[in-house]
Write a new protein. Structure first.
Length: 134
């Protein structure tokens, strides 16, 4: 599926992923800065991935690990620094959590930041584990 918002669009087509951009984004994060390229590739192969683009350049990424029946783990949600504070992260996160493939399943993520963003979508919990049951 593809979602459009002004000059941005989101794709969940794995073939659209710009691996070099995703690797750069993840290497800039506190949680994935030491992941190997092989680990990143394997995680992409075994997840539903969401890619955020601006003018055909990937500027955001997230993935969902799910069994499609009871649980969805949202992982590696990241937006390039220059594209933050424009509402794009809220839009992308909303697209992900409202995806009909898991919108009625137990959803969770593990994070040390951006709690205000996740709380807007019903996530709550300790500083690390945030979850919602829809």
């Amino acid at each position: 599926m593809q979602y459009k918002n002004k000059s941005y669009f989101i794709s969940d087509d794995r073939d659209d992923i710009q691996l070099e951009q995703v690797t750069s984004l993840l290497m800039s994060s506190y949680w994935a800065q030491e992941r190997s390229l092989e680990t990143i590739k394997t995680s992409i192969q075994h997840s539903i991935c969401f890619s955020l683009f601006c003018d055909d350049v990937q500027v955001g990424f997230a993935r969902v690990v799910t069994d499609f029946s009871s649980v969805a783990y949202i992982a590696d949600f990241i937006i390039q620094a220059e594209h933050r504070s424009k509402g794009i992260g809220k839009w992308m996160f909303g697209v992900i959590v409202n995806d009909p493939r898991w919108s009625s399943k137990f959803q969770f993520l593990v994070t040390d930041d951006a709690h205000g963003l996740y709380e807007r979508y019903g996530f709550s919990g300790s500083h690390k584990l945030m979850s919602t049951e829809v």
